[in-house]
Design a protein around this ligand. Sequence first.
Ligand SMILES: [Zn+2]
Length: 377
Amino acid sequence: MTTSPDSVVREFIAEHRDAFLDDLATWLRIPSVSADPARAGEVRRSAEWLVQALRDTGFPVAEVWETPGGGLPAVFAEWPSGDPAAPTVLVYGHHDVQPADRADGWATDPFEPVVVDGRLHARGAADDKGQVFFHTLGVRAHLAATGRTAPAVNLKLLVEGEEESGSPNFEALVRERAERLAADVVVISDTGMWSAQTPTVCTGMRGLMDCQIDLYGPAQDIHSGSFGGAVPNPATEAARLVAALHTEDRRVAVPGFYDGLLELTEQERELFAALPFDEERWLSVARSGATLGETGFSTLERVWARPTAEVNGIWGGYTGPGGKTIVPAEAHLKLSFRLVAGMEAEKIREAITAWVAEQLPAGIRHEIVFPGPPVPA
Ligand SMILES: [Zn+2]
């Protein structure tokens, strides 16, 4: 009887499960909270712990990487395949965690791992130390199943220490180390699992862009009895802008918005549709009474693979008790946009800027500010 590689992997994991969980628990006990300057030393200790663990796993290269901006350290590791034709796979993750305190509602100490009903509870267990560390067991199981002494692909690992603080130095780090990070495939190991029964590979994440639009009309609030109906009203124009943002079928109406977008393949749509998805339950989590979105797409397609324009805030004019008969001097909007693969941030920014200018009548002055980091040239 031959043993399939799959069953060898499963056996290997079952055999090493307890030791793996012990090691993971040791790492989880390090409170590597990147947002807390007082815990910068713990983030460093976490990086050093991981370097040692990766060396123990067999990675011939495992290093602490300082960030160019003097931030919290990342970890890099590399295990060449030995096969010159092998592709290079880079796995991304992070070893810092969100702050956590018993007072936040934790039933137990967030930095003292406990297993409850077969689930490991600790800060970082599911984001992202658990995911990162599982690769160490995965690669060992792979070697055991294939009899190899090095992985079938060139394996690289980049585990940053500032993800939970907005990755302020990550882009500079990646640019500085571009040569050593060169890869054919990048695996982001910082997402969820659909369910305990559904192995999950996340194949895309939406990006984010936001802006504030300020509309100015009369130099001050003016009386609507004397002027109303004969001069442009910034609040009305803000509402017209919002109303024009989507077409009847809930597509974003900004010309050029969908340019370059990678449409889902038929296979991707089939895979999405095949997932066990309880829309009622999803709606109850959303605390919403119904779904609504771009015509022709399922809920999962809408939230995973379609770009959006969202109105996050709208204000201006008189909002106090009673009435006040004015044409207000100004009105404001906060909009955000979810972007998907193929869309280019700079082009979207230009398209939105041009569209807003086109929508507004003479007599309405406007400013549009995108507060995000500058898009690299
Ligand atoms: Zn994460």
